[in-house]
Structure formats: structure tokens, C-alpha cells
Design a protein around this ligand. Sequence first.
Ligand code: PHE
Length: 358
Amino acid sequence: MNELSGKLSAIEAEASASLPSVKSAEDLKVFKAKYLGRNGLVTDLLKMLGSLPAADKPDAGKQINQLKEKLLSKIGETESKLQSLSLDEALKTGVDITLPGRVFSEPGRLHPITQIMQKVQEIFMGLGFSVYEGSEIETDYYNFQALNMPPDHPARDMQDTFYVCQTSDVRRQTSEELLLRTHTSPVQIHVMKKFKPPLRMIVPGAVYRRDADVTHSPMFHQVEGLMVGDGITMGDLKGVLTEFLHQMFGAKTNVRFRPSFFPFTEPSAEVDIQCVICAGKKTLADGSPCRVCKQTGWMEILGSGMVNPKVFENVGLDPAKTKGFAFGLGIERVAMLKFGISDIRLFFENDLRFLGQF
Ligand code: PHE
């Protein structure tokens, strides 16, 4: 028995002495194997337990197991010490605390078209215009006839217009075509029938045309403008639209008015701004041709004109007394120019990688 006690204390002393040199998980494995492994020193003692006289067995077994427990608890302690050390090490060298944290959810934001729409409204409200909304489903009369577009006008072509259905009024024995408005101009008629001049209105909203390519979408947005009152002139049209474009694109942006034609305005003008991509230079900084303005240095941005006397007649106003101007602005076009986007379809695909950039 004394022999066993001597062996046990020798093993214990040796284990305690070598423990400080255990510096890694690998070292610990070797340490554990040396004492408690299949052929380990303590295991060997347990194996020879069988050859002891029966009277000595219980006490010997108890002593050996006590040493085994002691060693196991030391191994456990060392293991957790090693783990926290390696974490400290990793924090010192392996973790870059200057990296931004991971964002798991982002707040929503306004669609770029909504942002531009709101900006346009803000500018015109600052100029004293009020905001009015119409209906996206219109009758042929409001969308075309009242705006001086007779039944054979090319803009009414099946190619351009989405027709919805025929409504019929049995009592009056009339039937009328319903369609998705192709522009916001029918709201001019509603406004002038409902309110007396002077008027200063803008009408934001969706419009529909049978058209689809990189610069045309079957649904897009316009802002219609209408200013009606005594003595309104083309000078007012130019002043208001120039001020709007300067606020929208910057005070230094050059603006030009070109003669044009719309059935509901006379005279009519298309409004261009200097190309925002090449700054009117027609070529880019690297000398390549500017494709956005097709090397003209200008980009068309608005349709406008003085309200046609026939339109005033259609709403019961006297064209000899009442004057006014109207304009129509394509919102997607403004957004494409302002954000430098070349494909209109990106606005409607709802790809978060695109929308997240605004
Ligand atoms: N309604 C025209 C269009 O959609 C734009 C316009 C509006 C032109 C008002 C002149 C006056 O093309």
C-alpha cells in the first residue's frame, strides 16, 4: 500500500510540475493521454488493481480515483484558461474593430420618382400653385375632344391609347369610350369647368401609353401645369418655367424655348435645358460623344404653350378675355436626367440594389 501511495504522489508531483508547460490544446491532449489515456500512468495503476489482495482493493481504488479526479479537474481548468487566452489573442489580432457593424434591417425610403414628384410640387407651391388631382380613367371627351383633338387625331390611335370599355347612358342614348388617360391635360378641362379664373394649378399623376422601350414605359408620371387669368402672356410662361428649371437643376442651367405644336395650346413651345451630362459641351471629359443629348448639348424636358382659344370655348370661358398657359412635365425624364439613369424600366423593377441608392 505504501508503495502505491508513493507512486501516486510521484505521479501527482510530476503532473503538477509539467502543467505550466501546457500552452495549447495540443499540449493538453498529450498531457491528458500521458496520465489518463488508454496506456496512461493512472490508467495502468487502475489496471493492476485486480492483482492486489482483496483487502487492499477498496482503499487502493479510492486513492487512484482521487488522483484521477484531481487530474481531471486540473485538465478542465487548464482547458478553459486556454480558451479565454485564445479569445484574447483573436481580439488582439484577428478582429478589426473599425469595420462597420452588420446592418440587418434598413429603414424604407421614398422611391426616386416620388422624391422628384415631391420636389416639383414643392417648387410650384412656392410659386403660388395649388395641387389638384384627377382620375386615371377618363372619357374620350376629356382626354381628347375637349383638348381640341378631333376623332381623327393621330394621338388617339390604338397604338397609343389603352381603351378600357364603352360606357352607355341608356336614358340619354349615348355611349362613350373609357380609356386610361394618355396625359394629365384632361385635368385642365375638369379644373376650368369647376373653378373660376384666376387659376394656378399643378396636377401630378400617372398616365398610360402603349409604348415600351428604354426611355418609354406604358405607365409613367406627369405634372400638368395651368395658369389662367387676365393678361397672362408667353412672358409669364417663360418666367415661371425658367424659374422652375433653375430651382430643379441649378440656377446656372441654360434654358431654351423651341416652337412646337400641341392641339390644345397655341402658340406651343418645347422647353430644353442644357445637357446635364456633358454640360452642353456635346462631348464628355474623355472626348467621347455625349449619347444622352445625342451631341446636341440640349435635352427636351417640357411641353408647353398658351391655352388654345378653342379649349377656353369648350369650358365656357371667353377666349377674348381669358388668357393662360399650360405645360406638361415628364417626371421619369426629370429623374433620369437628375440621377443619370439611362433605362426607364429600372424605376419599375423594384430591385432593392437600385432603389437603395436614392
Ligand atoms: N399633354 C402634353 C403631352 O403629354 C404635354 C403638354 C401639356 C403640352 C400642356 C402643352 C401643354 O405630351
